[in-house]
Write a protein that binds this ligand. Structure first.
Ligand SMILES: *Cc1c(COP(=O)(O)O)cnc(C)c1O
Ligand code: SF4
Length: 338
């Protein structure tokens, strides 16, 4: 059912001329403002749910939503709803065992050879299904000084081949801080790969500016950038341009998506997403089964349904266009194929 409301004017902003910092500053911060932007009526309960984990959506992302469509697949990813307040057995605060994997504040290691730096708690958008929505970001280093100790630990462990910058979203940091960090990583001889987990080039494509391209080009290790788009509608011309610019540095682009009920849980919507990714030279890497975090139960898709979607993709796409369908079990030695 698509609820279309008439009359209300649809507020849009021209985002092309904003810097990424301005785009962050002007982002929508309440469910009421978000619904009004699409000409939709406010609903009870949305604001309550936003108290726990605030609504945060830049206009660049809102402008890709369909006005008047209360079931828009981008809207449903970011609009707080009263369903988030339901307690569901099996859905917990730290579903993927992040706290147990913490070697020190800001440094996680679950898997051989790969260490993950939680560089910031901020994101360019608040995704309602986020598995780190309950993460104690207060413990994350906030300045380059705070990374000295995690970097020392990485420097002293020759078994680590790859550093993953994650968060939050690492590209929320200033380029000067990122350059500082990457310069340090360049100096660690045993680090062969630098990976960046980010949704920013999708949400605010103008984040891919010249400064960012500069320190990316200067990275010594091979660079892998793992984007996060869940629906084909997220990838418009400005995102494709951002991807091209990122690739011009020599970086390899991958995408991870989360399988979300009512958003991207049909074979056709996953096919559209994967097609659009590979047409933009982005390899679909993972399709994640939802992590069972408190407040996200209404997004869960049954695993057999996910498996049928993957079979459909295999029948329609080249092998490199089909993501690995995985879930994360706390304590496992890798993501677990489904
Ligand atoms: C998911 C994850 C990784 C990356 O796993 P890959 O399978 O290599 O993509 C690394 N460290 C942590 C802590 C993770 O959660
Ligand atoms: S961008 Fe990633 S870390 Fe940030 S809220 Fe969305 S899913 Fe969570």
């Amino acid at each position: 059912m698509i609820v279309t409301s008439s009359a209300q004017p649809v507020e849009r902003t021209l985002s092309d001329n904003l810097t990424w910092q301005e785009a962050v500053r002007h982002a929508i911060r309440s469910p009421r403002q978000l619904l009004a932007a699409l000409g939709l009526p406010s609903r009870d309960g949305d604001a309550m749910a936003a108290k726990d984990f605030s609504v945060f959506v830049p206009w660049e992302f809102v402008n890709r939503m369909e006005p008047g469509n209360s079931l828009d697949p981008l809207l449903l990813q970011v609009l707080s709803t009263s369903s988030e307040m339901r307690k569901t057995p099996g859905f917990e605060l730290d579903p993927v065992g992040d706290l147990r994997a913490q070697k020190q504040p800001g440094l996680l290691q679950k898997y051989l050879g790969r260490a993950l730096l939680v560089t910031t708690g901020s994101c360019a958008v608040h995704c309602r299904y986020c598995f780190r929505r309950q993460y104690p970001y207060a413990l994350v280093p906030k300045t380059p000084q705070g990374w000295v100790s995690p970097l020392q630990e990485i420097a002293g462990d020759e078994s680590i081949e790859e550093v993953i910058l994650s968060g939050g979203d690492p590209l929320m940091l200033a380029d000067s801080s990122l350059r500082w960090l990457v310069d340090r990583i360049n100096g660690l001889g045993h680090i062969r790969r630098l990976r960046i987990h980010t949704r920013m080039p999708i949400v605010i494509p103008q984040r891919v500016n010249d400064e960012l391209l500069g320190w990316l080009r200067d990275a010594r290790p091979a660079v892998y950038i793992v984007l996060h788009a869940n629906h084909a509608n997220e990838i418009d011309a400005s995102v494709r341009r951002a991807c091209e610019r990122l690739r011009s540095t020599g970086a390899t682009l991958l995408n991870q998506a989360v399988l979300l009920r009512g958003i991207n849980d049909t074979p056709e919507s996953q096919l559209d997403l994967c097609r659009r990714l590979i047409d933009s030279s982005v390899i679909p890497y993972y399709l994640h089964q939802l992590d069972r975090v408190h407040g996200a139960a209404h997004f869960e898709v049954d695993v057999p349904d996910g498996q049928r979607i993957i079979e459909f993709l295999r029948a329609h796409l080249p092998g490199y266009g089909v993501p690995q369908y995985v879930c994360e079990h706390a304590g496992a030695t890798s993501k677990t194929p489904l």
